[in-house]
Design a protein around this ligand. Structure first.
Ligand code: NAG
Ligand code: NAG
Ligand code: NAG
Ligand code: NAG
Ligand code: NAG
Ligand code: NAG
Ligand code: NAG
Ligand code: NAG
Ligand code: NAG
Ligand code: NAG
Length: 558
């Protein structure tokens, strides 16, 4: 019960964590919560609160768009309420509708993009209508009464893409009737999304080219990958070198003990030193130790949105002075563990290990002792009972898990790292461990059907007026068309097919923005500002193409 309570708020607890694409496993979900959370800038309810400025609306949409596909049997003729929000403040006749797909979370978390950031910038520059559209099975956009495994059969990327196409073809924006038809039958539709929603927008353009005039795929993970150990590759490459060295050292020490020595009493000494003697399973233990490293994705160029947890972790791990006096008595245990793990216990390395122990004690162990539960109850991913519950509220852990168990993969393992590389997380974190949620929650023991996703083009996806914008330092870069190290091919960027890498960027850093009264000489940083300026310029060029094609077709309003 404890875990369910924790799991159910994991995605909404902070804005930064709402951006997490994949939580990997139940254990990692809990971890996301236990991480220091940044307070949401969206919770303040004043005159700038977008939830007050932009009321929610629904469009009635078919639950099942594909009556010809046996995957969805038994079929449904029902419809459901797909939620959306819009801002027509800047609209002028002939302008586009710009749809931001909110992806694998409640759309409420994306409403600020109607006020600032790329959606707002595009709406102003093109005199367009800004729209945030929710994804089926998230927020209030629920096609079925609950999220039982059978009812989740309508949660596929293909059905959700069809929802957005249906929306564009059928929407009648309340209050804008006097403008006439604003559906894609007569109006240019531009799509935008980041992360999963970025891949989604790439597919949208390829699958529905007559409905979406152009789309922008930001940090779009167009390549579905079962064992996504490469998640940690950009982190290892771009994180501070001393921190990377320390994390690799301690991970190797832990694996040399857990896997190499495999001696129960030594394993117990290791867990005890970290204050986790009662965590039964080695992989659950190793999972807790990886909590600090997972903060990288939550870095943002806007300090008010960025989570400081990653750099705090690194400052702990690289400090050679003792940060936690309470760990002093563990010095000889730490030296013994370093020796057992094939390292020489120098003064500095021992101090760093003690700081790691103190950090885990502060950020993980202590949160469990407050809760009056056993350590296994707090930290295990291996308890099948924690995956029960199929109410709407279970969407926060269940909906995306279903998507990655069935189609996307992205299980972030240590075991997948090639033998000649040192991993940042333990090799005890295997596919079997990270896919336990698939087994326990959905009775699924076969790998996800990644072909369903990769048929759309994977790394090679391309289309006229499809823009690909990625982050140089994004842990998801290895799943995007900028994954050169993984075999994606470099491209020449053009106005029709922009191909942009944001220098120093992490996860869809072009999506958020600032008000004019918040900008400074350094914020937004030049690479982000330039990417956003380019996006505005190429979308304006796409709109010129639209007007030319309309003129050729003799449409009356030109
Ligand atoms: C939208 O649909 C949801 C779910 O059916 C419902 O709870 C909500 O009241 C509707 N909102 C509006 C504005 O109609
Ligand atoms: C179902 O119909 C759609 C077009 O409506 C088509 O694109 C798709 O390939 C069909 N699927 C199957 C399984 O036949
Ligand atoms: C859906 O409607 C069609 C046409 O009316 C009907 O043939 C079919 O049986 C219905 N399917 C379901 C699941 O109700
Ligand atoms: C747009 O065209 C489609 C297909 O012809 C049609 O089903 C739909 O009703 C039209 N939408 C509007 C708002 O007229
Ligand atoms: C571990 O379990 C033992 C035996 O149940 C208990 O006495 C001890 O307090 C537990 N330690 C922690 C840190 O949970
Ligand atoms: C160590 O980490 C904790 C928890 O994140 C943080 O509060 C503290 O400031 C860090 N210490 C240093 C020296 O960075
Ligand atoms: C762990 O944290 C607790 C406070 O939550 C503290 O009392 C204890 O001394 C710490 N243990 C170590 C080894 O740092
Ligand atoms: C902690 O657990 C004990 C034993 O189950 C119980 O008696 C006690 O009420 C619990 N305390 C809290 C604060 O839940
Ligand atoms: C789980 O899946 C297996 C294999 O598909 C099936 O035989 C079994 O009945 C399922 N169990 C439940 C509880 O649905
Ligand atoms: C900054 O600008 C926004 C948008 O114009 C406005 O709503 C907000 O009140 C301004 N904030 C301050 C502190 O002036």
């Amino acid at each position: 019960m404890l875990l369910k309570a924790i799991l159910s708020i994991a995605l909404t607890v902070s804005w930064a964590h709402a951006l997490r694409l994949s939580v990997g496993s139940g254990g990692q979900t809990i971890r996301a919560l236990l991480d220091e959370s940044t307070s949401s800038p969206l919770t303040k309810r004043d005159d700038t609160d977008p939830a007050l400025l932009f009321p929610a609306h629904n469009l009635s949409v078919p639950v099942d768009h594909f009556h010809n596909d046996t995957l969805y049997e038994p079929h449904s003729n029902a419809t459901f309420d797909l939620r959306y929000w819009f801002d027509a403040t800047y609209y002028r006749r002939g302008g586009p509708v710009i749809v931001l797909q909110s992806g694998e979370t409640s759309g409420e978390g994306r409403l600020s993009f109607l006020q600032k950031g790329i959606l707002h910038q595009l709406a102003v520059a093109t005199h367009g209508i800004g729209v945030v559209i929710e994804h089926r099975y998230y927020g209030t956009s629920m096609p079925t009464p609950d999220l039982s495994t059978e009812n989740l059969r309508f949660l596929t990327t293909a059905q959700a893409l069809a929802d957005e196409a249906y929306f564009a073809q059928h929407i009648k924006f309340p209050g804008l009737e006097c403008y006439g038809d604003l559906s894609s039958n007569t109006t240019a539709y531009i799509g935008y999304g980041g992360s999963y929603a970025g891949a989604f927008n790439a597919f949208l353009r390829v699958l529905y080219p007559d409905i979406f005039w152009g789309t922008i795929s930001s940090s779009g993970v167009t390549k579905a990958i079962y064992d996504y150990w490469e998640y940690y590759s950009p982190i290892a490459e771009y994180m501070p070198a001393a921190c990377s060295t320390a994390q690799k050292t301690f991970t190797r020490m832990v694996d040399n003990i857990l896997i190499g020595k495999n001696d129960p009493s030594l394993t117990h000494s290791l867990k005890s030193a970290f204050g986790l003697p009662n965590v039964t399973h080695n992989d659950d233990f190793a999972n807790i130790l990886s909590s600090g490293i997972s903060g990288w994705q939550s870095l943002n160029w806007d300090p008010s949105l960025s989570s400081p947890s990653f750099y705090r972790f690194c400052d702990n791990l690289t400090s050679t002075t003792l940060l936690y006096p309470g760990t002093a008595y563990l010095r000889s245990s730490a030296e013994d563990l370093l020796t057992a793990g094939n390292f020489t216990p120098t003064h500095d390395l021992t101090a760093q290990l003690l700081n790691y122990i103190g950090y885990i004690n502060l950020t993980q162990v202590s949160r469990c002792t407050h809760l009056n539960y056993t350590q296994d109850e707090c930290f295990t991913t291996r308890d099948p009972t924690q995956y029960q519950g199929t109410s709407w509220a279970s969407q926060t852990w269940r909906s995306w898990a279903y998507q990655y168990c069935t189609e996307w993969g992205y299980l972030q393992t240590g075991s997948g790292v090639p033998a000649d590389q040192d991993p940042l997380i333990s090799r005890t974190i295997t596919l079997e461990y990270t896919s336990l949620v698939c087994h326990y929650a959905f009775n699924r023991t076969t790998p996800p059907d990644t072909d369903r996703i990769n048929q759309y083009g994977g790394y090679d996806i391309s289309y006229p007026r499809l823009a690909l914008v990625d982050g140089e330092q994004d842990p998801w870069k290895p799943a995007t068309p900028h994954a050169f190290a993984q075999g994606a091919k470099d491209r020449v960027s053009t106005t029709s097919e922009p191909f942009i890498l944001i220098e120093g960027g992490v996860h869809h850093w072009d999506e958020n923005g600032l008000w004019p009264n918040e900008t400074t000489a350094d914020l937004p940083p030049a690479p982000v500002r330039e990417a956003q300026e380019q996006e505005v310029e190429f979308v304006k060029a796409w709109m010129r193409e639209w007007r030319e094609s309309c003129a050729e077709m003799g449409r009356w309003w030109w």
